[in-house]
Design a protein around this ligand. Structure first.
Ligand SMILES: NC(=O)c1ccno1
Length: 245
């Protein structure tokens, strides 16, 4: 997978080259390109924003800067048959969740456009959508100062799903949300800590009972913390879990 990020703060994306993601880059599983939007400015002040039409607070990012930046960064690449998928992080976007991460993990090339201020002139997205798939996505119902932190979140959620990135692929299959439920509690040594023992079933060696216990804990935790996820699953899916709350 190739991932390009366009931003006015390239240094914000430094974590992309650390830890797990850095190892994935070193192993050639992911190719990153980080681009400074100001490289496409034309004036001495390297301005990327201007006042909003219609008035109002804040500034809007200029189409004459974003347009050429996207044209160049999204230009056809010999190693990719088609155009990239353009992701625009915005609080006004559709919700980014585990399903979205799984969908994006299937894309061979992603380009992230990090907006700042009051966002990017709407015509930029409209124009890009004529040449490539565009997804405006939100990582949650809150407003960040810019898209960079959202990009780091989405890139990590997507990259960890790529074959070979996680040491044990089963980890991604058993994660929270992988089956629409929250992951249950986990334990490791010692067997007793602060007079709190590890649940006996986990030490029983009875793998069928352990699977059932973990499934029960997952459904109970989801019921108490995210009942909306249970509602979204519906009864059929819960029956699959063969559980009584
Ligand atoms: N909630 C978000 O994804 C977001 C992106 C930029 N600002 O907020």
């Amino acid at each position: 997978m190739r991932i390009d990020v366009i931003t006015i703060f390239p240094e914000y994306l430094a974590p992309l080259r650390a830890a797990l993601l850095g190892k994935a880059v070193d192993r050639g599983l992911i190719e990153f390109g980080v681009h400074d939007l100001r490289d496409w400015t034309h004036d001495v002040h390297r301005a990327v924003d201007d006042s909003p039409y219609g008035g109002g607070p804040g500034m809007v990012m200029k189409p004459q800067v974003w347009g050429p930046a996207l044209t160049e960064v999204c230009a056809p690449r010999p190693e990719h048959e088609g155009p990239p998928t353009l992701i625009v992080p915005t609080p006004a976007g559709r919700r980014f969740d585990q399903r979205t991460a799984e969908e994006l993990a299937e894309c061979p090339w992603l380009v992230f456009a990090c907006g700042r201020y009051e966002g990017i002139d709407e015509r930029v997205v409209e124009d890009a959508a004529e040449r490539m798939p565009v997804r405006e996505l939100s990582i949650g119902d809150y407003v960040l100062v810019g898209g960079e932190v959202a990009v780091l979140t989405m890139v990590e959620a997507v990259s960890r799903l790529l074959p070979g990135v996680l040491g044990n692929p089963a980890s991604a299959q058993e994660d929270s949300f992988s089956d629409g439920l929250l992951e249950g509690p986990s334990y490791t040594r010692p067997e007793v800590w602060q007079d709190r023992p590890v649940p006996e079933v986990l030490r029983s060696g009875n793998h069928a009972a352990i699977r059932r216990w973990r499934r029960d804990q997952s459904i109970i935790r989801t019921y108490h913390r995210r009942p909306d996820l249970l509602a979204a699953l519906g009864d059929d899916a819960l029956d699959k879990h063969d559980h009584r709350l």
